[in-house]
Design a protein around this ligand. Structure first.
Ligand code: SF4
Ligand code: SF4
Length: 500
């Protein structure tokens, strides 16, 4: 066993209101500068929808992530090194700017300086941030917000359901899906990079780009199935979500978590066995979810704690892993699921799927959305929302997706009975195989957890902190703003501070 620590995130989708505060604060922090106008390290998509960039989930089109070859070996979907290098100057699997959107700005002076008494109200003309020419805005990172567009029917997750549904389904449910880089355990972006510029930090698993090594080949953009590496068109180099490593090193949550209006993000440590990653990524599709869960090591297991100590992890990290809300949601309560486990990158941002589509569907079917039996039957009957969620989170396993929804529905009904009637609904607990104490702890974590319960992040190792001090200055300083500094590859923590 080779034990490693990973800083991981869980998002509770039922609580996302699609306000985009996370996107805006992330942009202000990291990509508010020339060359990254179209870049959203954090974006929030409306589902059903085709996302940002368009159709990024369609790996037949973009060839991102991993697949098993005919001999059952794990290979990059985009092909081996020779094939990738043969396409280095003409890569057909790269999204173009129209797949993201053409960034625009507005001529605000016309509003400020328009003479009084005009017959028509002056309007702001948008201008392209790329060409400076006047343009009309026809697409954006969040164009489908609140079903504002009609592209939901083109969502790749409907691929196997088109015969079963008309798009009346759109009227039945929608939800928001916030996305950042997954900081994968088996990152396709790192494997595809010909320059060795993409790397995964040993101490906390954050995936970063060494700006000095990046040669702008863009293989990482094609290889990432989540399309969470971007090219800075001013520098020609790759950039991506840094999981706000300067904040993580100080024991603080990422800026998207800190500012999340819905308080739906959780951050914590997971222990995993690095030697088990390849095997977990190589199992048949129907085993992927269980295999990916099994990579995580129990932080309460004395053998795991001993292995962590022997590997040099400090006590603070061992204690933090025991208090990790991410461990609880993924492995103890088993209600958090990975986004598209079939991409085989082993993503490290997991999601508690939304129960609200089922509740909406229960209401639409004339059932009582406060009654556990009705909700259970709705989950059983309404295969389309469950199949859709399964396409997103369980590689199509509807039983696994439905099982999580049952737990969430049972928790609501149990807490309702407990709070309003003072009764213990034992049959609900029996139905989901959990104890009353577990359900109440799960409810507390999902509904009313305090800041310190949602974010359990140990600060960087003391020795590393000393090295960081020696570096001097602010890690975000540097030519051109955040992430634009550089100066040679140096030990990981220092390199990452200088070259996000
Ligand atoms: S989600 Fe992040 S770590 Fe995973 S492949 Fe994409 S860029 Fe790499
Ligand atoms: S800030 Fe929170 S609630 Fe608002 S869109 Fe982002 S994840 Fe959702």
């Amino acid at each position: 066993m080779r034990i490693r620590a990973q800083v991981a995130m869980v998002m509770n989708l039922d609580k996302c209101i699609g306000c985009h505060t996370c996107s805006v604060t992330c942009k202000q922090t990291w990509t508010n500068r020339e060359g990254t106008e179209y870049v959203w390290f954090n974006n929030v998509e409306t589902k059903p929808g085709i996302g940002y960039p368009k159709h990024y989930e369609d790996q037949d089109r973009w060839k991102g992530g991993w697949k098993l070859d005919t001999k059952g070996r794990l290979v990059l979907r985009g092909g081996g090194r020779a094939k990738r290098l043969s396409r280095i100057f003409a890569n057909p699997d790269l999204p173009a700017i129209d797949d993201y959107y053409e960034p625009a700005t507005f001529d605000k002076d016309i509003l400020v300086n328009a003479p009084a008494g005009l017959k028509d109200t002056p309007v702001k003309q948008p201008y392209s941030k790329l060409t400076g020419e006047p343009m009309s805005i026809e697409w954006g990172a969040n164009w489908e917000d609140s079903l504002g567009g009609d592209s939901g029917k083109d969502d790749p997750n409907f691929r196997n359901m088109v015969e079963k549904v008309t798009f009346e389904f759109e009227k039945t449910f929608m939800f928001h899906l916030p996305r950042i880089c997954e900081h994968c355990l088996n990152p396709a972006c790192v494997s595809a990079c010909p320059s060795g510029a993409m790397y995964k930090r040993e101490e906390d698993g954050i995936v970063l780009v060494d700006q000095d090594r990046c040669r702008g080949w863009r293989m990482c953009v094609s290889a990432c199935p989540y399309k969470k590496v971007y090219v800075n068109h001013a520098t020609g180099k790759a950039e991506k979500c840094t999981l706000c490593f300067p904040r993580i090193e100080a024991g603080q949550p990422t800026i998207c978590s800190e500012t999340c209006v819905g308080r739906l993000r959780y951050l914590g440590i997971l222990w995993y066995d690095e030697e088990a990653v390849l095997a977990a990524a190589s199992v048949p599709e129907e085993e992927l979810l269980d295999a990916q869960r099994a990579v995580f090591l129990d932080p309460f297991d004395p053998d795991v704690q001993r292995a962590a100590r022997e590997a040099g992890h400090p006590e603070e990290w061992i204690e933090a892993a025991k208090a990790s809300p991410v461990w609880k949601l993924i492995s103890e309560y088993r209600i958090a699921l990975p986004l598209h486990p079939e991409y085989r990158t082993l993503p490290m941002v997991w999601y508690v799927p939304p129960l609200s589509p089922v509740l909406d569907a229960a209401g639409a079917a004339g059932r009582d959305d406060t009654n556990a039996d009705d909700i259970f039957h709705t989950i059983d009957d309404l295969r389309i929302p469950v199949a859709y969620l399964a396409s997103l989170f369980t590689a199509g396993d509807t039983a696994a997706a439905g099982g999580v929804l049952m737990k969430l529905a049972a928790m609501r009904a149990y807490m309702r009975a407990r709070t309003l009637d003072g009764t213990v609904a034992q049959e609900l607990l029996d139905g989901i195989g959990m104890t009353g104490a577990q359900v109440e702890a799960m409810y507390r974590l999902l509904a009313i957890a305090k800041y310190d319960e949602r974010y359990v992040i140990p600060a960087a190792h003391r020795g590393q902190a000393a090295a960081l001090e020696e570096l001097g200055g602010c890690s975000l300083d540097g030519e051109g703003g955040p992430g634009m500094g550089g100066g040679g590859r140096v030990p990981v923590t220092i390199a990452s501070r200088r070259n996000p």
